[in-house]
Design a protein around this ligand. Sequence first.
Ligand SMILES: [Ca+2]
Length: 526
Amino acid sequence: MRQSMFIFTLCGEQLRRPVIKNAMLCLVAMLSCVCPVSGTAHAAEGNRPNIIVIMADDLGYGDVSCYGATEIKTPHVDRLAEEGLLFRDGYCSASTCTPTRFSFLTGMYAFRQPGTGIAPPNATALIKPGTPTLASNLKAAGYATAVIGKWHLGLGEGDGPDWNGQLNPGPLEIGFDTCFLLPTTNDRVPQVYVHDHRVVDLDPKDPLWVGNKNPDGQPTGITHRETLRMNWTHGHNDTIHNGIGRIGFYSGGHAARWRDEDLADKWIEQSIAWLEDHHKEPFFLFFSSHDIHVPRMPHERFQGKSGLGFRGDAILEFDWSVGQLLDTVERLGIKENTLIVLCSDNGPVLDDGYEDGAVTQLGNHTPSGPYRGGKYSAYEGGTRTPFITCWPGTIQPGESSQMVNTIDLPTSLSTLVSQPIPESAFPDSMNVLDALLGTPDGQGRTEMVEQGTQSIGLRVGNWKLVRYRNKKNTGKTYTKVGDGLLELYRLDTDPGEKTNLVASHPEKVQELLKRLEEIEARPTRQ
Ligand SMILES: [Ca+2]
């Protein structure tokens, strides 16, 4: 198993390259210095493509037109799919933000580490310095690394982030050269940017305070509800910023506060600048969009454009962001040496705390496509999400039914760049590189955990077990919670998970339950 990590696998007959072990890369690099236009040099470059992971926030399987959406058009995501490989069985590892992002970087199921649920505003760094991550391993391989956009994996240590001082540890302590962040989520305080270890534009005379209690009798979403320009439906009624109630309180830092409408433009501005600076060296950009998470307040130029309310408008803004990145890669002349992976951090939700038209203007739009559930859920709609890989000239355009997961990217991309994986790192991350590249015999996963907030799923082949905790969901969200503590489905004949087969297939239930308990007890990649 370990041996295979050092092997660059093959991609199409005309692109077939010799197996290259990591130790040979130095020799290849030396040769390429002498003969920069030789075939050997091109082979070496091909082993070290630039990597951009575009992660959407709360984007569902049915939210983009290349996955079947008919009520909204996403031409830029569609362009990526037309030039790349669209996965019908592409997943994120959990149905909420923090655990999927944690697993995407660490290659470990989030349930193994307590505190990796939805991180609160003052969460400290969930990934401790020195933990091997996808970023640290690509950095070790010589890649320039950056994360731009939403973080939501905590900053700092001890009692909480030092918002007025050094915000470390954070991304820079786990492998990123630089970061430009939305530190938590757009609905959680504070509404500021973080660049590397500092809040951007913070005036020391107006210090930033973040906490759980109203510090100064300031207006809140409860006391001044009538002043809000976007009403809340549950939660989201503490500090008011930009006319919108948030989760948590803060004071100060007024010069540093952003407008929701400007976030997407800022991520693109920062990303383009970073790509222009680093496009001549191997790079890894984690482009972490806040779209389409609540509060959905896209830039004015997208408002009202989808006809589906601000949720649809935010999808258009995300699609625009994808287009900007694709255009930049093309303009910089690195299109054929850049692998782009597009994914989401969890499935869709309509009412996630605000009245933004997502419910009332939904019309015939189906955010989860044919699948049941969405954000928070262990049903397919919670984790089966858009997943596209694109690498022109290497990945043949098409569709794939191989099962792949964002948790597999640390091992698979390390394998791609022939970077050895530290002992015990990425314990649940499988090497599905061949499947990601669409090689004819490339195999994806055979089994996979789908982590919800009140339930956990295990898919093995076409069988799917859902196991609930006793505590039931509040029912305030798009997610519908099932009746029993155990449910069993056949995804090939019942993709919508409508017919619970627990009673008729007790042996299969016990088989999958035993396997789930085994996985919970120890990592899946031995
Ligand atoms: Ca999310």
